[in-house]
Design a binder for this molecule. Structure first.
Ligand code: AMP
Ligand code: MG
Length: 348
């Protein structure tokens, strides 16, 4: 299949391009589009066959449900059984934004979308192109991240091109995503809201309006309540380790690992903070990728997936990443690093 990659200005999305994309979606085709979190691979959420194509194209496990994207809270009414007070507060406070809410579904949403669950995950993205596309199609869009299953999520149009070229008819390219990590998935159906997947909206921000919020810890409970979390994800091809602890200990351990890796003739990448870069550069890794300043976690979040992809592009065989505190966005950053490394986290 020929894939068209069309630039779309996020400030002034071209109506002709939106029209073309919306027509494809209405005809049951897939279109990749930018959101503020990562790029999405969109299909008409009410069309079971189109949604089945998402799973085929990505190689996504069949039991991993899709998030449905809407452009107005009113659109949610068409696909869910009912709102809860907590869901209403969240939608009013945080939408559009990087927060996905899990609702009891109604019969209009195909089982394909929810992987047979009786709940549906819904989000209103904070990106002018995503919102304009949903409006142009007049349809809710089921959209997981537009990467091949297992790879780091795409945060630029080039990342989508890398993974989706030849597989879908159209990629809307609006440059880089601002947030760079997927949305926080929140179950608001019970008495206490539960974060099923940490993401671009911090737990602390949710707690400011909701009171105490729990975190689903699959490592403790065994089975994650967000089915997708049990799969290997975000993984670069090289062997990856995350080193966590006080800065001096982390730097010492990373230097030691670089020396061992060099002795083994490995191509070595370092993903680190701005603050640690000068010292780690002295060890002369093959790639030193600065994630951002330790004081600017949103910078780190926005650059993380691009860094993991760069490691693959440059053929890195050993990847050492500096760990982060788990406060604020740090929780989601550490969740992605943990998964990317296949849980190879070294505490020093
Ligand atoms: P992705 O769109 O690839 O970023 O993944 C969406 C995440 O949301 C996956 O971890 C899913 O398992 C999770 N998810 C989607 N729908 C539901 C649902 N109804 N209940 C719980 N988790 C969900
Ligand atoms: Mg994904």
């Amino acid at each position: 299949m020929d894939t068209k990659r069309a630039y779309i200005d996020p400030e002034h999305p071209d109506p002709a391009v939106l029209h073309e994309a919306a027509a494809l979606l209405r005809a049951g085709e897939l279109v990749a589009f930018p959101t503020e979190t990562v790029y999405g691979l969109g299909a008409n959420a009410l069309d079971a066959e189109a949604c089945a194509r998402i799973f085929e194209v990505k190689g996504r496990p069949q039991d991993n449900p899709l998030i449905v994207h809407v452009s107005r809270p009113k659109m949610v009414d068409e696909i869910i059984a009912h709102w809860t007070p907590a869901a209403e507060i969240c939608a009013r406070t945080f939408w559009p934004g990087p927060l996905t809410l899990v609702f009891p579904k109604n019969e209009r949403i195909p089982d394909r979308v929810t992987a047979g669950l009786n709940t549906v995950a819904v989000r209103m993205p904070d990106h002018p192109v995503a919102l304009a596309l949903i409006e142009a199609g007049g349809l809710p869009l089921a959209a997981p991240s537009a990467n091949l299953s297992g790879r780091p999520s795409p945060t630029t149009g080039s990342h989508v091109w890398e993974d989706m070229r030849g597989r879908i008819p159209l990629i809307l390219d609006a440059g880089s995503c601002n947030v760079g990590l997927e949305s926080t998935v929140l179950d608001v159906s019970g008495d206490v809201p539960v974060i099923l997947r940490p993401g671009g909206l911090a737990k602390e921000d949710l707690e400011k309006v909701l009171g105490p919020v729990e975190l689903d810890r699959p490592s403790v409970t065994g089975v994650p309540r967000a089915p997708g979390l049990k799969y290997r994800h975000y993984a670069p091809r090289g062997e990856m380790y995350v080193v966590v602890g006080p800065k001096d200990h982390v730097l010492d351990r990373m230097s030691e690992e670089i020396k061992i890796g060099r002795y083994q003739h490995k191509r070595i990448a370092i993903l680190c903070t701005l603050e640690s870069a000068p010292q780690l550069q002295l060890e002369q890794p093959d790639l030193l990728y600065v994630l951002g300043s330790r004081t600017q976690p949103q910078e780190v979040a926005a650059s993380l997936f691009a860094g993991l992809r760069l490691c693959d592009q440059r053929g890195m065989e050993l990847i050492l990443a500096e760990g982060f505190d788990e406060g604020g966005l740090g929780l989601a950053i550490m969740n992605r690093l943990d998964k990317a490394s296949g849980h190879k986290v070294i505490r020093v």
